[in-house]
Design a protein around this ligand. Structure first.
Ligand code: NAD
Length: 429
């Protein structure tokens, strides 16, 4: 467990603990029946599997995999699968719960889940990753399915991994339309146009709305707004490209090797080319190198954490010089940082809203697969825009009505939607 100092106190940076704090804050604003919050907090099912894989050198190695299915009252479970040495039940419980809130606040008809395999994918060959994926999928058995639980890519899994999951499931369910069993698939295999940029586009729409709502002092439009982005992967680089195209000035970006800043602004396309050649953003011609800590504190209008959790904490929140924080990553801001930023008047667009574009277009992929259709990119983007704007307005209107911060408002909306559906259905039997 990681800790950081906040003044003289110690802040716990455990994702599960943080998920509980966020949940409790929202519950305290709602009028739920006794015992109801305990029901909403707990997962429906925690699956743990152990399985063997024959490695390239002929040896047999045991792997541990999980799938946590949090709540399916609003629809089938939905959530990513990650391959990482730190995958564990507590973290997946927290992430599965966050997926339930994310699908509810975005108003897509899914519940929340998260899964993973404890492994270091960087040490596995392509063939070993394929074997891990196939065995993990087959051992999950009837726990996943197009109307039961629909996985998606997450940390160190991608469209290729989703193609293997689909194939494994399809081999054992012949004669059925199995494409909707996973989302984030390759375009040629039932994937959706617009899925790869959906998280970035959703985040951009939120930033545009926040500016239109007057939440970014002295900024009237994205054109000319100074933007800093932590993380230059799928979400971060995608956002840099889209924001740059709308006239924003990208004054700083970073990846795990460090950050770069430029007062004249960076061209994301050129930074991407440089990263493809050298493997990192640092060293980009004409830009100054900064540490990741310095990048987060760089003066800007909009700061976008698009890398890891727990980046803005009680320790560095007093030094953040952004006017708006748009959380493209899951869980980048801690509860102690939330309090400090709120006191300082810095608006935070919460992750369950700001990074909800990905799951929204995953839902569109699922719908296209069920209908055996493929929509064009403009159709997908237009539907995403409508959904994001509606979700943003819902959260910020409630925040202002109830005088709570937008994160609490987003959780309140999600919890109320789930509570209402649960009350309508009643508890079985
Ligand atoms: P990615 O692996 O494509 O990119 C992550 C980036 O973060 C990489 O550039 C990496 O170098 C950088 N990074 C790692 N450690 C860093 C550090 N200490 N400082 C600065 N940069 C660092 O991942 P992604 O898909 O872009 O996801 C990023 C975040 O967005 C995650 O929190 C993820 O859960 C969240 N998210 C992604 C999606 C999606 O559709 N891709 C959807 C919802 C949420």
């Amino acid at each position: 467990m990681t800790m950081t100092a906040v003044g003289s106190a110690i802040e716990e940076l455990n994702l599960h603990g943080i998920a509980q704090i966020r949940f409790e804050r929202a519950v305290s604003e709602l009028d739920l029946a006794p015992g109801f919050s305990d029901y909403l907090r707990r997962p429906e099912r925690v699956i743990r599997i152990e399985f063997p894989v024959r490695m390239d050198d002929g040896s047999v190695r045991m792997f541990t995999g999980f799938r946590v299915q949090h709540n399916s009252n609003r629809g089938p479970f939905k959530g990513g699968i990650r391959y990482h040495p730190d995958v564990g039940e507590d973290e997946l419980r927290a992430l599965a719960m966050m997926m339930t809130w994310k699908t509810a606040v975005m108003d897509v008809p899914f519940g929340g889940a998260k899964g993973g395999v404890v492994c270091n994918p960087k040490e596995l060959s392509e063939e070993e990753k394929r074997a891990v994926t196939r065995r993990y999928t087959s051992q999950l058995g009837p726990a996943i399915g197009p109307m039961i639980d629909i996985p998606a890519p997450d940390v160190y899994t991608d469209a290729r991994t989703m193609a293997w999951i689909f194939d494994t499931y399809d081999m054992t369910h012949k004669g059925e339309n199995n494409l909707p069993v996973v989302t984030g698939k390759p375009l040629e295999l039932g994937g959706s146009y617009g899925r790869s940029t959906a998280t970035s586009r959703g985040c951009l729409i939120c930033i545009r709305e926040a500016i239109a709502w007057g939440l970014v002092p002295d900024v009237q439009s994205l054109g000319g707004a100074r933007v800093v982005i932590q993380g230059f992967g799928n979400a971060g680089a995608g956002l840099a490209t889209l924001a740059h195209a709308e006239g924003a000035k990208i004054v700083g970006v970073s990846d795990s090797s460090g950050g770069i800043v430029s007062e004249v602004g960076l061209d994301p396309g050129k930074v991407l080319e440089h990263k493809e050649k050298t493997g990192r953003v640092s060293g980009f011609p004409g830009a100054h190198v900064v540490s990741n800590e310095e990048l987060l504190e760089w003066p800007c209008d909009v700061l976008v954490p698009a890398a890891l959790e727990n980046q803005i904490t009680g320790t560095n929140a007093p030094c953040i010089r952004a006017k708006l924080i748009a959380e493209a990553a899951n869980g980048p801001t801690t509860p102690a940082a939330d309090d400090i930023l709120s006191e300082r008047g810095v608006t935070v667009i919460p992750d369950i809203l700001c990074s909800g574009g990905g799951v929204t277009v995953s839902y569109y992929e699922w719908v296209q697969n069920l209908q055996d259709e493929q929509w064009d990119e403009d159709t997908v983007n237009a539907r995403l825009e409508k959904k994001m704007v509606k979700a943003f307005r819902g959260v910020f209107e409630l925040a202002s009505e109830r005088n709570v911060d937008p994160r609490v408002a987003a959780y309140m909306i999600a919890l109320e939607r789930l509570a209402r559906v649960t009350q309508l259905r009643g508890f079985w039997p």
